[in-house]
Ligand binder design. Sequence first.
Ligand SMILES: [Ca+2]
Length: 320
Amino acid sequence: MSNFSVNALAFTWFIDGVAETDLTTPVFTFSDVGTYAIELVSSNQYGCVSSASAEFNVYPLPVASMAAAPLNGCVDLTVNFNNQSEGAQAFLWNFGDGSTAQGSNPVHVYESPGIFDVTLIAVTDMGCSDTLVMQDYVEAYNLPIADFVFTPQVTNIYQPVITFNDDSFDASAWYWSFGDGSDATLPNVQHTYAGPGNWPVHLTVWNEHGCADDAADMLVINDVFDVFVPNAFTPDGDDINEYFKPEMSGTAFIERYRFMIFDRWGTVIFETEDPSEAWTGDVRDGEYFARDGVYNWQVKVQLKAYDEERLFQGHVVLIR
Ligand SMILES: [Ca+2]
């Protein structure tokens, strides 16, 4: 307390009418909230008395309190904070990762893994504050890193067994999707493909906290067989373009082969099971020459590693 009395020798301080001390400049501690009437009675050497009074307010302290959810999870971890303080009007948050916020219910995203202390300072309109530190309150888990390799890198259907090896970091569970409807849950697996194609392989891994990462790659299984067929030929004896025959890649993989020519009524006028044999434009093994015109052709192939028969068809123009 400050004492501005003049020409006074003795003092008595009253709080709410109760004499508390004779000290000139006492120090009072108020432990209860409220408004206090403070009176100072001063007297001089002649016994003359004078008094002064003032009101003194003791404001309440707030009580800082918080809740948050979720308290742990994978990065980026979004946490909803909820102020539950009593008697405060302003709220200052420190999320422990270098970020701060104001307000009653902030949302914070933890982008880096770690264990974080969260601090809430609750402040009243009168400037009274309470600070709450929640130690190790939020834990953000790191993600695993998904990666894989497979061999052979590029293959064909005669080498359809592919070995997949996990090359992930911090993985404890695996899910493979091989792109053909098959899957597996082992870290290292072999898978056999049924046919050629570009197969999108996908690996998802999880770490011990259930945090996930994905990796993808394209597995190419080449077809071994293709057919190229001309659309015209001229069997006129000039040694130029005399034959009609499908040109094929992968003839070594052929199990069964049938090449047929039809006339306009759908009658077979030439057929062979020899992939090297060509149509020379005759009918029924040279019985007579076919006329100029358009002829339908058909190639049926059964390949050694395939279940299904392949059918190719089109038409060719014969010109003499
Ligand atoms: Ca010719």
